[in-house]
Design a protein around this ligand. Structure first.
Ligand code: ATP
Length: 216
């Protein structure tokens, strides 16, 4: 089973990393691929460039064989659309290999605004990670997708290459990349919210307004 977990990762933090490890355990896979997006179609400018975010991610997963960085969206010109990424992976994996994409409930709530969203369940399974915030609107297309394609067990995802929706409710750390960027810009320290290696590199490069000798 191939599992991808996408986001802007601007910067990657312990909330992302913990979730990725939880996914390995709960989905019983040897590896989860983190997929940083290049130009997020639903967001404005990012705080760090694509290559800077990638470098921070590589530092964050160093020494952890279960976490892998898949930089395919950064190598593609233009906007990153999940349907394109899944299609590319489907070609690589073949028609029968289970493919899983992970999204938070916040992102899944707007799923029907994603480009080619109706194709996505044909290309892979969807794991929806419950995040704090409003529940899905019961009449919405994502709620109906969950009702019609929902499965209870992670093991069910192995029985077909695509088409199921599984909700998971793992413990989540209350950390956001926005909070980290704000902290750094204010001259405060994000230590223990991000790996030390990531923080060292942010300071070394002066990212997000960090001063090499400040933010302690
Ligand atoms: P920002 O604050 O810039 O919006 P973020 O911290 O929410 O960023 P993203 O890169 O947007 O991070 O998120 C990538 C993925 O990680 C999304 O699916 C999001 O739901 C999930 N995610 C974000 N923060 C956490 C967290 N603390 N724990 C678990 N998952 C998270």
């Amino acid at each position: 089973m191939h599992v991808i977990y996408g986001g802007t990762f601007d910067p990657i933090h312990h909330g992302h990393l913990r979730l990725a490890v939880e996914l390995c355990d709960r989905l019983e896979v040897a590896r989860v691929s983190l997929v940083p997006c290049h130009i997020p179609p639903h967001r404005g400018d990012t705080g760090a460039s694509a290559s800077q975010r990638l470098k921070l991610m590589e530092l964050a997963v160093r020494g952890e064989p279960r976490l892998h960085i898949d930089d395919r969206e950064l190598r593609r010109a233009g906007a990153s659309y999940t349907a394109d990424t899944l299609r590319q992976l489907r070609e690589e994996l073949g028609p029968d290999h289970p493919l899983v994409m992970v999204v938070g409930t916040d992102a899944f709530a707007g799923f029907d605004r994603w480009r080619e969203w109706e194709r996505i369940p044909e290309l892979g399974h969807i794991v929806v990670v419950r995040r704090p915030g409003p529940a899905l609107d019961p009449g919405s297309a994502p709620a109906m997708l969950l009702a019609s394609r929902g499965v209870e067990e992670a093991a069910s995802l192995r029985h077909s290459p695509a088409g199921c929706v599984l909700e998971l409710d793992p413990p989540l750390l209350d950390i956001s990349a926005t909070g980290i960027r704000d902290r750094i810009a204010d001259g405060r320290s994000p230590r223990y919210l991000i790996p030390d290696s990531v923080w060292d590199e942010i300071r070394r490069q002066g990212l997000y307004g960090a001063c090499p000798d400040g933010n302690f």
